[in-house]
Design a protein around this ligand. Structure first.
Ligand code: FE2
Ligand code: FE2
Length: 321
C-alpha cells in the first residue's frame, strides 16, 4: 500500500474490549426496574375522555399548544441520550451504564409519544413551534459544546439535576390534571423520571467526591447557564420570553391550567423552580458544588424581569430540553 493512502485512514473508534461485568449494581437495579415498569402510551392510556370533553375551542388550542411543547421537549432529550450512548460505548463503560442510557432514550421517546397523543386528542399536535423566538432557541438545545466541556459523568450529573427540576414541575402538572388520561400519563412519566433522578443520585455519590475543584465550578456554572439561557425561555417557565410572547404563551398556559389540562400557571412555575433549585443547591452543596446566582429566581422582583429577560434571550445556552 502506498504511504499516501495510509495517511488518509481515519482512526475508527474501538468498542473493544466490550465490558460486561457489573460495576454499578445500583444502576443495574434501575435497569431491571425499567423492564418491570415499562408501559405503552398507545395501548395503556385511553384518550377518549379528552376527545369527548366539552371544552371551548380556545381551551383545546391552548391545551394542544401546551402538550405539543411538552412533546418537543421530551423529544429534545433523545438526541442528547444518543450522544451519551455513543460516548458510553467508546469509553468502554460497563453494560449497565449503556443499558441505562438506552432505557433513558426509550423512556424519553414514550414521554414524547404520550404528549403528542394528548395534544392530538385535544385538537392537534403541532410538529413545529409557532413562535419565531422558539424556532431560534430549539436548535441550540442540541448544541453539544457544553456537554463536551465536561467529563462523561459530570455531564450526566448536570443533566439529571434538570430531571429533578422538571420532575418538580411535572408533579405540579400531575396535581393540576382533572382528566384521567392526562393524570395517568403524568403519573407514568413521573415514575420513569424517578429512575432518571435516582441515576443522578447514584453517580453523584460515586463520582462527586473525586471531582477536581475546577470541575465542580464548571458543573455549577453550566447548570446556571442552561437554566437561564433556555429553560426559562418557555420550557420550564415563561419568564425569559420576549414580552409579547411571554404574555401570549402565559395566557394560554393559564387557560390550560384553569381547565385542568395538566399545566402550571406561569406565576406558580417560578416558585416551583425556586424551591427545586434550593433543594438542588443543598444536594450538590454537600459535595462542594456551588450553583451561582440565578437572577430570575434569586432576585425576581417585578421591575427586574424585563432586563433579565432581554439579557438571557440575547445569549441562549445549549440544553437538552
Ligand atoms: Fe421525560
Ligand atoms: Fe427524564
Amino acid at each position: 500500500m502506498q504511504a499516501s493512502m495510509l495517511e488518509e485512514l481515519v482512526p475508527v473508534p474501538n468498542p473493544y474490549p466490550v465490558v460486561s461485568n457489573v460495576a454499578y449494581p445500583e444502576v443495574w437495579r434501575l435497569c431491571e426496574q425499567a423492564r418491570e415498569l415499562a408501559w405503552n402510551p398507545a395501548a395503556d392510556i385511553d384518550y377518549s375522555d379528552l376527545k369527548r370533553a366539552d371544552l371551548p375551542p380556545e381551551v383545546r388550542a391552548a391545551g394542544a399548544e401546551w402538550w405539543s411543547l411538552r412533546a418537543w421537549m421530551e423529544h429534545g432529550a433523545t438526541p442528547y441520550g444518543a450522544e451519551r450512548l455513543r460516548e458510553a460505548i467508546f469509553l468502554h463503560q460497563p453494560f449497565e451504564i449503556k443499558q441505562h442510557i438506552t432505557n433513558f432514550i426509550a423512556e424519553e421517546f414514550r414521554h414524547h409519544e404520550v404528549s403528542f397523543r394528548i395534544a392530538d386528542a385535544l385538537g392537534g399536535y403541532e410538529p413545529t413551534p409557532r413562535a419565531d423566538y422558539f424556532r431560534q432557541i430549539i436548535p441550540r438545545f442540541h448544541d453539544e459544546k457544553d456537554e463536551k466541556a465536561m467529563s462523561f459523568f459530570a455531564g450526566l450529573s448536570v443533566n439529571t439535576l434538570f430531571e429533578q427540576l422538571s420532575g418538580e414541575l411535572l408533579q405540579a402538572r400531575y396535581e393540576n390534571a382533572r382528566f384521567e388520561s392526562i393524570k395517568e400519563s403524568c403519573r407514568l412519566v413521573l415514575r420513569d423520571e424517578a429512575r432518571h433522578i435516582q441515576f443522578g443520585r447514584i453517580i453523584m455519590r460515586r463520582f462527586f467526591k473525586d471531582l477536581s475543584e475546577e470541575e465542580k465550578t464548571v458543573i455549577g456554572v453550566k447548570f446556571a447557564k442552561k437554566l437561564r439561557g433556555s429553560l426559562l425561555n418557555g420550557v420550564y417557565a415563561v419568564v425569559n420570553l420576549p414580552a409579547d410572547e411571554r404574555e401570549r404563551s402565559g395566557r394560554n398556559r393559564t387557560l390550560a391550567a384553569e381547565y385542568g389540562l395538566g399545566a402550571t400557571h406561569p406565576d406558580d412555575e417560578i416558585n416551583i423552580i425556586r424551591r427545586g433549585v434550593s433543594k438542588i443547591r443543598d444536594d450538590v452543596g454537600q459535595y462542594g458544588v456551588t450553583i451561582p446566582q440565578i437572577p430570575e429566581i434569586d432576585d425576581s422582583s417585578p421591575g427586574n424581569v424585563d432586563a433579565i429577560a432581554a439579557d438571557a434571550v440575547a445569549a441562549p445556552a445549549a440544553v437538552k430540553r
